[in-house]
Design a protein around this ligand. Structure first.
Ligand SMILES: [Fe+2]
Length: 201
């Protein structure tokens, strides 16, 4: 039998410093939280594999079932943070340059401002989760969605294009819990639009 090789390593973002309105201290804490997701993905995967080898791969085995239920939360927590950090950059432009991304936005929303207002409305909804613009791989159209926690409400098979962490740890203590809208405005000062555009088909 081949040796078990699935082990994730936390990605590092050494250049992600000096963002506008999102402090380096807050980001350092956020990277630590992200590493926790990577570590738990590895632990869950290893433990499930071990139980499988022991012949305990059963939905009726409480340990196996509970760890399996947890996978979506931990995996999505890991992956979404990589999308989020990956679409931030110091000295970001306020808006994307005209190109593939703006074309897709216009075709899907009728205009950049309409897309932005929709995204900001989603991003300031009560709750902990994520605001994400996805691309439908079949039509190429974009749509934006609210994700509960990390795992609930993803349109199956769609590609995340622009990802914003809306959990409170993403903006507290830089902002008050009641000031998420200020964080959303700061977020849009730090977007790596080229990285966002690269995610499009
Ligand atoms: Fe986060």
């Amino acid at each position: 039998m081949a040796e078990f090789q699935k082990k994730y390593s936390p990605k590092t973002y050494p250049n992600l410093k000096g963002l506008k309105g999102i402090s380096d201290d807050l980001l350092a804490t956020h990277f630590k939280l992200y590493e926790g997701y990577v570590n738990r993905c590895n632990t869950l995967t290893e433990n499930l594999s071990k139980l499988g080898k022991e012949g305990r791969a059963s939905g009726k085995d409480p340990a196996y079932a509970e760890m399996t239920r947890r996978l979506g939360f931990e995996y999505s927590g890991m992956i979404l943070h990589e999308y989020y950090f990956g679409n931030l950059i110091p000295n970001g432009q306020a808006a994307p340059q005209k190109g593939k991304l703006t074309d897709a936005i216009e075709k899907s929303f009728g205009g950049y401002d309409t897309w932005l207002a929709d995204f900001k409305a989603i991003a300031t909804m009560p709750g902990v989760g994520w605001a994400i613009t996805y691309q439908d791989p079949t039509t190429g159209w974009l749509s934006s969605h609210w994700i509960n926690l990390h795992q609930d409400n993803h349109p199956a098979g769609y590609t995340p294009v622009l990802v914003m962490d809306a959990w409170e740890h993403a903006f507290i203590p830089d902002y008050k819990a009641t000031d998420r809208a200020k964080y959303v405005d700061a977020y849009f000062q730090n977007i790596d639009w080229a990285a966002v555009e690269k995610r499009l088909r």
